[in-house]
Design a protein. Structure first.
Length: 96
């Protein structure tokens, strides 16, 4: 990870375990905002992507919350679609 990235530390509420993630993207879907995080590791093969919902805390700060299991697949599918569209557009602009 040579580029300067926003590092986010998440704490598992059940175990208290802390994990570091790089904030790599964000998007809106159905009037909600989401952050795309990747585990902070030097080994790309071990990196895992996580999408979390951005929610407003009591003091107006942005907090990250797990996505409801009921819509989790829908959110990940939507993000995959966004990525596919982005890379298709990028490929077309390189050909022009």
């Amino acid at each position: 990870m040579d580029e300067e990235m926003n590092i986010v530390t998440l704490v598992d509420e059940e175990t208290g375990e802390e994990m570091e993630f790089a904030l790599v993207d964000g998007f809106d879907y159905k009037d909600k905002s989401y952050s795309v995080l990747v585990t902070a590791t030097d080994n790309e093969e071990e990196a895992e992507m996580v999408i979390m919902e951005e929610v407003e805390g009591e003091n107006g700060e942005i907090l990250l919350a797990s996505i409801d299991e009921e819509i989790e697949d829908e959110i990940y599918d939507y993000y995959d679609q966004l990525c596919d569209e982005y890379f298709d557009d990028e490929d077309e602009s390189e050909e022009a």
